[in-house]
Design a binder for this molecule. Structure first.
Ligand SMILES: O=C(O)CCC(=O)C(=O)O
Length: 506
């Protein structure tokens, strides 16, 4: 073929070729070859695509099972569809086309990858409101942990499920119990929670002291809850206590288990009702009247045992002092003798100090650190780090408590509600979780000596306030309420209320 001149452009060449008159047989062959090439290309491309898709869509997942020999929960791998990919697909589709997502979920169900209850939850939610992300991810599987660990331990589980998109069913709470307010969902009500400065409780003028008494009284009657500032417990001590507590929970599970003694000591899995587990690890120490701290820590935390014991003991001295001051102010707020309550705490008071450690939870909107409950004891004093997660219920609404630096959180327990003939209210509360940071609280549960009669004083009984509760002792109430614990605010009314039918005094 002649090239007419060097100024011809590419387009000119193209036109020249097209204008050639080829024999029909050659043209046909070229067309057929072209088509075949396209077909083969497409087939190879689509097969590569399908293979890639299958690789992406299939993965192993972790399945936990009870090991029949050791009785421990162990993990094994299972090959499944990668539902994390499906998650994105479903999320994208579901936002605009819930029906398509429902169909896809059904497809996954047929592949046997989703449980019926998960499906029910997600389908219903999607049907009603479109896709809610956490609800969806709740039905999807977790990445594979590298080695089998005891996943009955919440600390281990939290590590194994880091960045996971699902948690074991036992931790997924029924819909009505799931936290509707996130751990840091502070609201206007948060800022109304009473904060009382104790600075002038001993040294201030009569008016200043009277003001504190009245603030405490209002807080206990209206909220059953307050935060106290300038309580006199050294900040350093509070910090040392939370640091040592954190150090304890960050030890390997096997080391922590050495402090497990049934009802007291370490617990890495809190099952209060069948199939409902709280996402928390605890270290419960009897701190009065017969402290068991040394026994509990006898064979663990070798490197810092002495320091831990000394710090807890120092803290208990301080916190008991604060407790007595509060009990006096509370009595005065009800126009009772200053020592009306506190005299029963001065010797042999009953107390438990519990470290609660809430490891990060990948699905904080469906799990709970502690179920809603009211404390059975008289007063509870809580020292927490700055993460947040405590929520209280007031007028049926959950309110997030903002952690305030160097303050102590105080709440009225069921026993004090009964002892004050209902003038003070115990507060229902719970602990919610976050997915990033562990949280630690140290809780001091304070009650009088075991045989002290908690009888409402006559001054608190009148026409408007008929006698509600019979006198009782902590020794009598404590074992009975244990069965009721973690079932909201019901214990005291079931056992001690005079008009309660099932459980009248025997
Ligand atoms: O850790 C918290 O914020 C709540 C603790 C609590 O309610 C409890 O230990 O009973």
């Amino acid at each position: 073929m002649n090239v007419p001149n060097s100024r011809k452009t590419c387009n000119d060449h193209f036109l020249l070729i097209n204008q050639e008159k080829w024999p029909t047989s050659i043209s046909t062959s070229v067309y057929v070859a072209g088509l075949a090439y396209c077909f083969i290309g497409l087939t190879i491309a689509s097969s590569l695509f399908m293979n890639a898709l299958e690789t992406i869509m299939k993965q192993t997942r972790m399945v936990t099972q009870k090991d029949p020999l050791s009785g421990l929960q162990v993990a094994r791998r299972e090959r499944v569809w990668n539902l994390a990919v499906a998650d994105v697909t479903l999320l994208a589709l579901g936002t605009s086309f819930p029906q398509i997502s429902l169909a896809l979920i059904d497809a996954f169900k047929n592949l046997g990858q989703l449980s019926d209850s998960d499906l029910h939850q997600s389908q219903r939610k999607m049907g009603e409101h479109g896709i809610w992300r956490e609800q969806m991810t709740g039905v999807l599987v977790a990445p594979t942990p590298r080695r089998a660990v005891n996943l009955d331990n919440v600390g281990n589980l939290s590590v194994a499920l880091k960045n996971a998109v699902a948690i074991p069913d036992a931790y997924v709470q029924p819909e009505g119990l799931r936290p509707d307010v996130p751990y840091d969902g502070y609201s206007e009500e948060t800022d109304q929670i009473p904060v009382v400065d104790l600075h002038n409780s001993n040294t201030g003028t009569v008016e200043e002291r009277q003001r504190i008494i009245s603030d405490i009284g209002c807080a206990c009657k209206e909220w059953g809850f307050l935060q106290v500032l300038n309580h006199g417990v050294p900040d350093r001590l509070m910090q040392r206590l939370t640091d040592l507590g954190t150090r304890f929970f960050q030890m390997p599970a096997a080391e922590k288990e050495k402090a497990a003694f049934g009802q007291v000591g370490y617990e890495g899995r809190h099952v209060y009702m069948p199939e409902r587990v709280q996402w928390v690890e605890t270290l419960a120490l009897v701190t009065g009247p017969d402290p068991n701290l040394e026994d509990i820590l006898r064979v663990t935390c070798a490197d810092y045992r002495e320091e831990f014991i000394a710090t807890v003991n120092e803290y208990i001295q301080e916190i008991q002092r604060v407790g007595l001051v509060l009990l006096e102010l509370m009595a005065e707020s009800l126009a009772l003798e200053k020592s009306f309550f506190s005299q029963h705490f001065e010797k042999n008071s009953t107390s438990v100090t519990r470290f609660n450690y809430y490891p990060p939870c990948p699905l904080p909107s469906v799990a709970l650190g502690l179920f809603p409950h009211a404390d059975p004891n008289c007063i509870t004093i809580l020292n927490q780090d700055d993460i947040g997660g405590l929520q209280i219920r007031k007028d049926g609404r959950w309110i997030s408590v903002r952690p305030l630096k160097d303050t102590l959180v105080v709440n009225v327990g069921d026993s004090l509600q009964a002892w004050t003939n209902g003038h003070f209210k115990s507060v229902e509360h719970r602990a919610v979780l976050n997915s990033v940071k562990p949280r630690l609280s140290v809780v001091f549960f304070y009650s009088p000596y075991a045989q002290a009669a908690m009888a409402p004083p006559l001054k608190l009984v009148d026409e408007c306030h008929p006698l509600l509760y019979r006198p009782f002792t902590w020794a009598e109430y404590f074992p009975r309420m244990q069965k009721k614990r973690m079932e909201g605010k019901v214990g005291i009314d079931t056992f001690m209320r005079l008009d309660h039918k099932e459980d009248s005094p025997t």
